[in-house]
Design a protein around this ligand. Sequence first.
Ligand code: ATR
Length: 281
Amino acid sequence: MTAILTGHARLAGVIGWPVAHSRSPRLHGFWLERHGIDGVYMPLAVKPEDFAVAVRGLRAAGFRGANVTIPHKEAAFALCDTVEESAREAGAVNTLVFQDGGITGRNTDGAGFLANLGQHGIDPAAGPALLLGAGGAARAIAASLRGLGVAVTLTNRTRTRAEALAGILPGCRVVDWQARNAAIPDHALIVNTTSLGMGGHEPLEIDLSHAAPGAGVSDIVYVPLETPLIEAARACGLKTAPGLGMLLHQAVPGFAAWFGVTPTVDDALYDFIAADLRPKG
Ligand code: ATR
């Protein structure tokens, strides 16, 4: 349904290159309609070389702010007048808020990750966490766990990247990628932050059969909605937090800042976004 806007409409969007794959317009559009808000959230395809001029232009044009996705998250960090602690820890910005004082950047990925665990009955602070991967998502998630005082073990195909991350975030240790299965029983939470298991990518080779009883398993991959990792965890009787919930929860603070209503993540929203992610036909 196309929104009829007034001249007072609140404007926001998601900046990416490419941006066509982003589910954020559908997600924010659902909330805008649910709350009857005079506002719009648009996909904004912006090339890397145009990022700074586009952000300043959006601000000049009266936008409230924007989400930032691949490949702009680090450029957004550099562009902001103020960055919140969450963005500093993650080294990246995914949410821009345009205020009188300028451009403020935050990173809501870690908070979205924790909220998703909570919604699935997983206590992030139950014990040490094992993170697979050492990219941008791993950094935001590791920082959120360290913020709760959780001991974090990093394992990554390229060990030096995990060591670099451990160097930035005190309280993280590194184990070899080849040793990941041996490390599983010592952890209360296992999180895949790599692209492994995503449709069209290589599978994630992991053996959960020796996981501690009651351990939680989470995946940032949400295509497919139920990744082989999540299916394997269920089969082992472990608690699971599939990836789509993190996407939904990370969107909440931005929507609240731009549109003035704190939205909820519920089954209706999940079904609306999931319907768009299931194979067609
Ligand atoms: P993001 O910043 O979005 O997290 P990224 O920096 O590309 O994305 O990180 C992707 C993660 O998936 C990395 O941890 C990467 O491992 P490397 O650091 O060794 O590249 C991991 N990854 C991707 N393909 C992989 C594969 N075939 N096997 C193991 N890990 C893989």
